[in-house]
Design a protein around this ligand. Structure first.
Ligand code: CTP
Ligand code: MG
Length: 224
């Protein structure tokens, strides 16, 4: 398996983060969040090129400066449709062997996580980074405990064999919108492996998450 393309979805409005400008175009440590994500992926030796899905290409190009892109695709109304637009753009470029689908709102991508994802794809059709849940979990309706040990938090990038995730997107016919691509791969019958994620990959969702990401960026631990 050789050609690896990273697909960054950046067409959301960032409503929960507030602040007007969509979160992926705001800066942490003096650099737009999407540029952090781009740089972390682009520096990985196995990643051959990057495609980004955006709502406004001018805004995207302003944030990225002269960083090269294989393609820019127009975002859709949901994350699923934005990913689909990106997959179609990759197919139009001649396809890929592997695609790493990543949220622009996760600026810090440790290369060790990418290594684990790519290693897992030697067996599985897809691979996703996960983290254990630290807090006790209860059901909101009746307060009963959920089995924390049976659950994990799912992050991105999520790695897939390109042909399989394309098939999964084409086959998707459920009423509910999926929040990630692994749900779609599993629904289409493709095995998805779980690999160890990293707290660095936590998504910027709410206003307080910007400062947390900036602090993590400054940590000595974040070398990779
Ligand atoms: N995304 C996208 N197209 C959409 C919706 C989301 O490309 N129609 C992207 C976002 O830009 C983000 C990622 O999917 O990088 C994860 O989505 P989320 O964190 O929910 O971002 P937003 O939808 O922008 O935020 P919110 O739900 O708070 O409005
Ligand atoms: Mg959203």
């Amino acid at each position: 398996m050789n050609r690896v393309v990273a697909l960054i979805v950046a067409a959301g409005k960032g409503e929960r983060a507030g602040g007007g400008v969509p979160k992926q175009f705001r800066a942490i440590a003096g650099k737009p969040i999407i540029a952090h994500a781009y740089d972390r992926l682009a520096q990985h030796p196995r990643i051959d090129g990057i495609v980004i899905v955006a709502a406004d290409e001018t805004q995207l190009r302003e944030a990225l400066g002269d960083r090269p892109l294989l393609a820019v695709a127009q975002g859709g109304a949901t994350r699923r449709l934005s990913v689909r637009a990106g997959l179609d753009a990759i197919e139009a470029l001649g396809g890929a062997d592997i695609v790493l689908i990543h949220d622009a709102a996760r600026p810090l991508v440790p290369s060790a996580v990418v290594d684990r994802l790519l290693a897992a794809l030697e067996q599985a059709s897809g691979a996703v980074p996960t983290l254990a849940v630290a807090d006790t979990l209860v059901r909101k309706d009746d307060g009963t405990l959920a089995d924390r040990d049976a659950l994990a938090r799912v992050q991105t990038p999520q790695a897939f064999r390109f042909a399989d995730i394309m098939t999964s997107h084409r086959a998707w016919n459920e009423a509910a919108e999926p929040t990630d691509d692994a749900q779609m791969a599993r629904s289409a019958g493709f095995p998805v492996a779980l690999v160890e994620g990293d707290p660095m990959l936590d998504k910027i969702t709410r206003p307080e998450d910007f400062a947390l990401a900036e602090a993590r960026l400054g940590q000595r631990l974040f070398r990779t």
